[in-house]
Design a protein around this ligand. Structure first.
Ligand SMILES: [Zn+2]
Length: 495
């Protein structure tokens, strides 16, 4: 009896792993690649999403325009049930920059490329005046400024020291890098260190909000490119002062001049509009499943649609949206009837704390603390959010059970250079929301193409996109999605 049970259990295990390791016919892989490489829509999508849609800050009017146009695009592709759905309440409200000019006017004229902080206020028209540099080693040093900054152009001290970099701007993984990346880091895992103390800059910022200067100028970014960031405004707060981020080079020039005793003047005009926007939304559509037993199970693919302002959020993360959209188009165009439902979700509010994906989990996969039927029917999630570089493999988030599936599925992708499965985790974006709940949710290993210096800056534009890399990624997503939608089995959840 005991022996028979063992044999049966072994047979069951064996059959599960055998059927899990099934790959779809090569002919289908051929069709996916032909559609992805010979009939690609990627360059059209790339220009449309960046130049035409523009930046897509959470809660902004431009963001809402992008959601509407994206839903229409999904309809055009022939996806089913395209819709814009509520994900979460949004406490910051809407904000759009409508005018932005800054220049140093003394000791000589020089215009700067600045980027207003999101959810910061406007100047009262064009403001002109001598720049006051805040110099403080500690809180006591701030006393001398109190009551003297109202209406002034205030320059914050440098946030850090500029360090020259010797690495190339774009990089591809070498074979050695990928071998290293595939190694399991768990045996050597260390406990994460706690974050450092809040720095003096935060105290300075709090003081300035009370002092009401005409504009607060700070630094951020490199290579004459200001970063995008935001003020701590919440809807209902009094409108904060205008806050401008300059590139370290522009900011540093003024700081150095003032420290040498040279008076510096600026003129700045910023106009920002606050508007009511109470919610974060996702844009979702489907290719419905057709197998009566499996069609309620969902293979989910996604990327975040929101971006920072200033640039057009090209690498971060129009690139992810285009790849997912193109993957859906490819699957649709080859006319296959997927057994499971394939769903695309373009998340809102990722940059404000993974709000769209977390809302999806909260609203559909959970009912308060209880898991819903949708949770049980979750098949797989694939996310993209690391710029334009080609996929070289996938992070399996310590889900050891996923290995046999991807090993079987990725056969036709190896000739494209998609070869590496790593048990490692990668964080910082929407797949984490699902992964934390034990669901099989993964993100890709991507070559780094000018990503590090460009994301969240005004230079995150069409120029940061590599169309061949994005075509490759769409083929990979389309193929893996099809495999997950057709396989007899699902990647198990983490126990
Ligand atoms: Zn992103």
């Amino acid at each position: 009896m005991k022996k028979l049970f063992f044999v049966l259990a072994f047979a069951a295990l064996f059959s599960v792993s055998l059927s899990a390791q099934k790959c779809l016919p090569e002919e289908l892989a051929f069709k996916v690649k032909r559609e992805a490489f010979s009939n690609s829509q990627m360059d059209d999508y790339a220009q449309w999403m960046t130049d035409y849609l523009g930046s897509r800050l959470a809660g902004s009017k431009q963001g809402a325009r992008a959601e509407k146009l994206m839903k229409e695009k999904m309809d055009q592709i022939g996806l089913s049930n395209a819709r814009i759905v509520y994900a979460a309440d949004f406490g910051k409200g809407g904000w759009d920059n409508v005018k932005n000019y800054s220049a140093m006017t003394a000791p000589y004229y020089c215009s700067f490329t600045g980027n207003p902080k999101a959810w910061s206020g406007s100047t009262n028209g064009l403001v002109k005046g001598e720049v006051v540099l805040i110099e403080a080693e500690n809180e006591a040093d701030l006393e001398k400024y109190k009551g003297k900054l109202s209406g002034k152009i205030v320059l914050l001290p440098p946030a850090g020291e500029y360090v020259m970099k010797f690495e190339p701007l774009a990089n591809r993984y070498t074979e050695e890098d990928l071998v290293e990346l595939a190694k399991d880091p768990r045996p050597a895992a260390t406990v994460r260190r706690r974050m450092g103390m809040a720095n003096l800059n935060r105290v300075i910022n709090a003081m300035l909000l009370e002092e009401k200067p005409a504009v607060i100028v700070s630094d951020g970014g490199v290579f004459n490119v200001p970063r995008s960031t935001s003020s701590s405004y919440k809807a209902g707060d009094p409108e904060p002062p205008a806050q401008l981020v300059l590139p370290v080079e522009a900011h540093g020039r003024m700081v150095r001049l003032i420290r040498k005793g040279v008076p510096v003047s600026m003129e700045v005009e910023i106009k920002n509009e606050f508007s009511p926007c109470k919610e974060i939304r996702n844009v979702i559509a489907e290719i419905p499943g057709t197998d009566p037993q499996l069609k309620d199970q969902v293979v989910l693919i996604g990327a975040h649609l929101d971006s920072w302002h200033g640039g057009t959020g090209a690498a971060d993360n129009a690139s992810g949206c285009m790849v997912m959209l193109e993957a859906m188009r490819i699957i649709k165009s080859i006319g296959i009837q997927p057994r499971r439902t394939i769903r695309i979700a373009l998340w809102g509010g990722e940059e404000q704390g993974l709000m769209g994906s977390a809302g999806y989990l909260r609203n559909y996969l959970m009912d308060k603390e209880k898991k819903t039927k949708e949770f049980d029917n979750f098949a797989l999630y694939l996310n993209m959010d690391n710029g334009s570089g080609m996929f070289r493999g996938i992070y399996l988030e310590e889900n050891d059970m996923a290995f046999p599936f991807f090993r079987a599925w990725m056969g036709p992708l190896e000739s494209l250079g998609f070869t590496t499965l790593t048990p490692r985790r990668t964080g910082g974006t929407d797949h984490v929301v699902f992964q934390r709940s034990g669901l099989p949710a993964f993100q890709f290993i991507q070559d780094e193409l000018e990503y590090d210096r460009s994301y969240h800056t005004i230079m995150d534009t069409y120029e940061r996109l590599s169309i061949p890399d994005l075509k490759h990624n769409a083929a990979v997503v389309a193929w893996l999605t099809l495999c997950a939608a057709m396989d007899d089995n699902r990647v198990p959840f983490k126990p």
